[in-house]
Each structure stands twice: as structure tokens, then as C-alpha cells.
Design a protein around this ligand. Structure first.
Ligand code: HEC
Ligand code: HEC
Length: 211
């Protein structure tokens, strides 16, 4: 049974090769490892657990999501990058498009050592918003897209559980100001526009402790 499925996949892949006339990128974490060790590890940790709060943990994040972000950090010809960030623009430029899948596979297979909430009261406020949103303000429940436990929903909705407060807060601020604008159909920009500073802090606090 498994064999049959594997064979079907293999055939499908072969068809793709013929259609696109080039080999599909087969994700191979080992191919990413030398550059991870030499470059990415300094900010994201060798196992995707970042040593400092401004740099996101990448461990256990969905591979498709990681690949999308890496591509979004790159400028495309004369068009600016969809996700503009000075640091990551330089880093992503070092990863050729056809190698992106190797890095995505590498980090998605690492085990997360999650951050923790420090302020219980603030986290409790965040939990309410996470689970129920705020009907009066038109804020949907985060859990609807990111999952009840923040595990995300591959391929589109990233895992958020255990992420550093500082990073989450920063991203929500960037969605709110429009500085980050790579979310499909403005999904996050529309939501973040309705969040107050306190709500953003509360959500970031809750998410850090979410398992
Ligand atoms: C000098 C520090 C630094 C280095 C080195 C670095 N990064 Fe990053 N990375 C960051 C920062 C800071 C962010 C958050 C950017 C933002 O605010 O949008 C980030 C974000 C990311 C994200 C998006 C994660 C998410 O949850 O959206 C990915 C993927 C990523 N980096 C991959 C890599 C890879 C692969 C390498 C090595 C080739 C690398 N980074 C090297 C600092 C770094
Ligand atoms: C309608 C679906 C939807 C809802 C509801 C939603 N999100 Fe998102 N969120 C997304 C999508 C899609 C992305 C990925 C954007 C991209 O592709 O760059 C995302 C990305 C994010 C990110 C960036 C993660 C990273 O590592 O780059 C954060 C933080 C986030 N959401 C927080 C929240 C919070 C907090 C709430 C609740 C107030 C929420 N989201 C509700 C769809 C949603």
C-alpha cells in the first residue's frame, strides 16, 4: 500500500519533470546544514532555537511557510521584496531559489524549546482574544487560523506557539503599520489594524507560553 503510494508520487514527480523540463527540488536538510552552521545559526541557533528574542525561533515551523518567507525576503528583479527586512534580505540573497526547500526542511524538522509567558495576568487577556476574538471590535479568534494550540495549519498558517514575545509583538506592529505586507489577502494586516498596543502585548505574552 505504502509502496503503491510512493510509486504514484514518483510517477507524479516524473510527470512534473517532463512538464517543467527540470528536476524538482527535493528537500534535503543535509544540503542546508553547512550554511546553517556558518551563517544562520548565529541568529536562529543551530537547531532553530534562536538565542535572542528579536530573532524568531524557526524550529518546528511548517516547511512551506519557511520557504515562502525566505522567498519573500528576496527582491524579485526590479521589484522590492514582499517582506522587507534589511537583515534577512542579505541572508536570503545567499540562498539560491532552488535551495530554499533544503533550509525549510532543515528548520521544520528541529525540535522547539518554547519561550514562556512571564506575566500571567497579561497572558490571560491574550488568551481571551486568542480563543474568542472581540466581536464588538471585529477581531476574529486567532485560533481559527493558527489552531487552538498555536501549532499552525500547514501550509499557509504559521505555527506561533512558544515564539518569543518580542518577535511576535514586532510582527503584529509591522502588520498594523503595513511595513510587513506579504500576508495573502491582507489577512493579518486587516486584523492587526484593529489591535491596540495592549492587545498586541497581551497576545504576544500568551503566545510565548502557548503549547
Ligand atoms: C544577523 C541575524 C540573522 C541571520 C544571520 C539570519 N537571520 Fe533569519 N531572521 C533574522 C531576523 C531579525 C528575522 C525577523 C525579520 C523581520 O522582522 O521580518 C529573521 C527571520 C527569518 C525567517 C522568517 C521566520 C518567520 O517566522 O516568519 C526565516 C525563514 C529566516 N529568518 C531564515 C534564515 C536563514 C535560512 C538564515 C541563514 C541563511 C538566516 N535566517 C540568517 C535574523 C537573522
Ligand atoms: C484569517 C486567518 C488568520 C487569522 C484569524 C489570524 N491570522 Fe495570523 N496569520 C495568518 C496568515 C495567513 C499568516 C502568514 C502570512 C504570510 O504568509 O506571511 C499569519 C501570520 C501571523 C504572524 C507572523 C508569524 C511569523 O512567524 O512570521 C503572527 C505573529 C500572527 N499571524 C498572529 C496572529 C494573531 C495574534 C491573531 C489573532 C489576533 C491572528 N494571527 C489571526 C492568518 C490569520
Amino acid at each position: 500500500m505504502i509502496r503503491t503510494t510512493a510509486m504514484a508520487l514518483l510517477l507524479a514527480a516524473t510527470f512534473n519533470v517532463n512538464a517543467a523540463d527540470k528536476a524538482p527540488a527535493k528537500a534535503d536538510p543535509a544540503k542546508a546544514k553547512p550554511i546553517v552552521e556558518a551563517v544562520c545559526a548565529g541568529c536562529h541557533g543551530i537547531d532553530g532555537n534562536s538565542p535572542a528574542a528579536p530573532n524568531p525561533n524557526l524550529a518546528r515551523q511548517g516547511a512551506d511557510y519557511l520557504a515562502k518567507q525566505l522567498l519573500n525576503f528576496k527582491s524579485m528583479g526590479d521589484k522590492p521584496a514582499l517582506r522587507e527586512n534589511a537583515i534577512m534580505a542579505g541572508m536570503a540573497a545567499m540562498v539560491p531559489d532552488e535551495d530554499v526547500a533544503h533550509f525549510a526542511a532543515y528548520f521544520s524538522q528541529q525540535k522547539l524549546k518554547p519561550a514562556a509567558a512571564k506575566d500571567e495576568k497579561l497572558a490571560a487577556e491574550g488568551q481571551k482574544l486568542w480563543r474568542m476574538g472581540n466581536y464588538a471590535k471585529g477581531i476574529p479568534a486567532c485560533s481559527g487560523c493558527h489552531g487552538p494550540t498555536g501549532a499552525g495549519l500547514p501550509a499557509q498558517y504559521p505555527a506561533l506557539a512558544g515564539q518569543y514575545q518580542e518577535y511576535t509583538e514586532d510582527q503584529l506592529n509591522k502588520f498594523r503599520s503595513g511595513e510587513r505586507a506579504n500576508d495573502p489577502e491582507k489577512m493579518m494586516r486587516i486584523i492587526a489594524a484593529k489591535l491596540s498596543d495592549t492587545e498586541i502585548k497581551a497576545l504576544a505574552e500568551y503566545i510565548a507560553g502557548l503549547r
